[in-house]
Unconditional design. Structure first.
Length: 72
């Protein structure tokens, strides 16, 4: 038998609850967590000025498709 991968996408609010959920899932040894993998793409496409914009865009994929592929 091969292994099975299940992908769960979660959108949560308010912010403190989403962070708690992220840390709770991250504590599982069989789980990977990706926090806001499309954020750099959003900043690039929207042109919005946001604190940490340059740092975020320098460290995450700017292309949305690439960001999704990198979370597999």
């Amino acid at each position: 038998m091969g292994s099975t991968t299940t992908r769960i996408n979660m959108i949560s609010g308010p912010r403190n609850i989403s962070t708690a959920m992220m840390y709770s899932f991250r504590s599982r040894p069989d789980t990977s967590v990706f926090d806001e993998p499309l954020y750099a793409n959003y900043l690039r496409v929207s042109g919005i000025e946001h604190p940490g914009r340059e740092e975020t865009m320098a460290t995450l994929p700017l292309d949305g498709e690439e960001a999704v592929r990198s979370t597999r």
